[in-house]
Design a binder for this molecule. Structure first.
Ligand code: FE2
Ligand code: FE2
Length: 221
């Protein structure tokens, strides 16, 4: 078979228009145009002309994820300090670990929001209404674990939708959300294993966190 010399062609420094991705399409860039555009609108920082998404819409979506994370931090902290009874020590340490990781997610979202030229919304007065997951105190250890699992499952669905919505228009924000999503899936697995270890099923439809949606993207509380 003849060697496809164009498949691994290096970026050209003289071409005019970037070509579409394709197995045998050479990667061609207009470097002069890249250099010229980089000097325009420099006040936009990391946001260049080729940014493919609606920047404000992405900031708003990331702020909703930020509110979700902060509510999760508060709920896990409450559960950490209030967990009592047999088996509570190992569960407590899991609650604390999750709380710290949710805080890490919140910090990553804040960083990305600022990178996009937005402002992280940390207003405590509107936090609960803007969060997708809920702040449920839980009446005992099992109830706390169940509520945390419900919250993780809400976050997983919400973040998966955000990843799909971002698609290729903002790969950096998408990667941030993908990393957080993977961590939420680990959290949900941890909580499910805890319930199984206690000989309990996961979450059924009557669990208090499974309340009907208000239809505006927020969950009824
Ligand atoms: Fe999180
Ligand atoms: Fe989580």
């Amino acid at each position: 078979m003849p060697h496809k010399s164009t498949a691994h062609a290096r970026p050209s420094t003289t071409g005019s228009t970037p070509a579409s991705p394709g197995e045998s399409t050479p990667f061609v860039q207009d470097v002069e145009a890249l250099r010229r555009r980089a000097r325009e609108n420099m006040e936009c920082g990391a946001i260049t002309q080729s940014y493919g998404a609606d920047r404000q819409a992405v900031v708003d979506v990331l702020n909703a994820a930020l509110a979700t994370e902060l509510v999760c931090v508060l709920r896990y902290k409450r559960h950490y300090f209030m967990a009592q009874g047999i088996a509570s020590e190992s569960v407590k340490s899991e609650f604390l670990e999750h709380a710290n990781e949710e805080q890490g997610h919140a910090d990553k979202l804040c960083e990305r929001i600022v990178q996009l030229g937005g402002e992280p919304d940390l207003d405590p007065q509107t936090l609960s209404a803007r969060s997708h997951s809920q702040y449920v105190e839980g009446k005992d250890l099992v109830d706390m674990i169940r509520e945390d699992l419900v919250a993780e499952r809400i976050a997983i669905d919400s973040y998966r939708e955000i990843v799909q919505w971002l698609a290729d228009r903002d790969p950096t924000s998408r990667r941030v959300m993908e990393e957080i999503l993977a961590n939420e899936e680990e959290h949900a697995e941890d909580l499910g294993s805890m319930l199984q270890g206690m000989g309990l099923a996961g979450v059924d439809a009557s669990a208090s966190g499974s309340r009907p949606s208000t239809g505006n993207g927020s969950t009824a509380r």
